[in-house]
Design a protein around this ligand. Structure first.
Ligand code: 13P
Length: 258
């Protein structure tokens, strides 16, 4: 059973998907199907649709998130988006260190840390994503990878700022592959991540940290994953593009955590 102060969090990371009209249809369907407020729900649309989706989110409890940010407030950073710009669009949380940014775009731990601190400094929630590749898993490096990504990602983040942090454990081999970590494997990683946060800060910080799972979470496996005591929600890719599936995952979160 989750701690009372760990409200389940389910985020829909739309990645580089949807046209403007598909995005509007999707958010309208999610909004109209949403029941109750036991789960904190956020969507992460492509940047160019943030304002449009944000104006619809403003009519509901759905939080608007961004898939990335740049850490400098303004200036000559062609193609980048600052946290001030995101806040202007109504954004309240930002993904930092998503595996596609780390492994496809090539972001370093240092850059992820700068972005995480910039997001928190701007008053946004940073959803810090960590997780091992298949090769790292097969080499028994899962815990070491999570540890080094979390230590680097949260370097310089104070205990009083942790309320603005959610950690997303997303094993890279499970993202978009249809392969999901078993509930026991995911729970094991989450327990160790919670213990690490407790070691880095203190016991209370570890207990309060929301740690969500991502990687092929679907309506069929969301319930058993989120039933695990240290899994406080999910970061959903593919299944968040279908309102029915995303809503079913949100329902599963609400059912598991009452
Ligand atoms: P999938 O749910 O498509 O595996 O994506 C997970 C993810 O990367 C969410 O950020």
């Amino acid at each position: 059973m989750t701690q009372p102060n760990r409200t389940p969090f389910v985020g829909g990371n739309w990645k580089m998907n949807t046209t403007a009209s598909e995005a509007i249809t999707l958010i309208d369907a999610v909004q109209s199907g949403l029941k109750g407020d036991l789960v904190e729900v956020a969507v992460y649309p492509p940047f160019v649709y943030l304002r449009e989706i944000g104006s619809r989110c403003a009519e509901s409890d759905i939080l608007l998130g961004a898939q990335d940010c740049w850490h400098e407030p303004s200036g000559a950073f062609t193609g980048e988006i600052s946290t001030t710009m995101l806040k202007d669009c109504g954004v309240t949380s930002v993904l930092t260190g998503h595996s596609e940014r780390r492994h496809v775009i090539g972001e370093s731990d240092e850059l992820v840390n700068l972005k995480t601190k910039a997001a928190i400094g701007a008053g946004l929630v940073a959803v810090l994503c960590v997780g091992e590749t298949l090769e790292q898993r097969e080499n028994g490096q899962t815990d070491a990878v999570n540890e080094s990504q979390i230590k680097a990602g949260l370097a310089g983040v104070g205990k009083d700022e942790l309320g603005k942090v959610v950690i997303a454990y997303e094993p890279v081999w499970a993202i978009g592959t249809g392969k999901t970590a078993t509930p026991d494997d995911a729970q094991d990683a989450h327990t160790k991540i919670r213990a690490l946060v407790a070691e880095m800060y203190d016991q209370q910080a570890g207990e309060a940290m929301r740690i969500i799972y991502g990687g092929s979470m679907k309506p069929g496996n969301a319930g058993e994953l989120m039933a695990m005591p240290d899994i406080d929600g999910g970061l959903i890719g593919g299944a968040s593009l279908t309102a029915e599936d995303f809503l079913a995952i949100i329902d599963a979160g609400a059912t598991q955590k009452v």
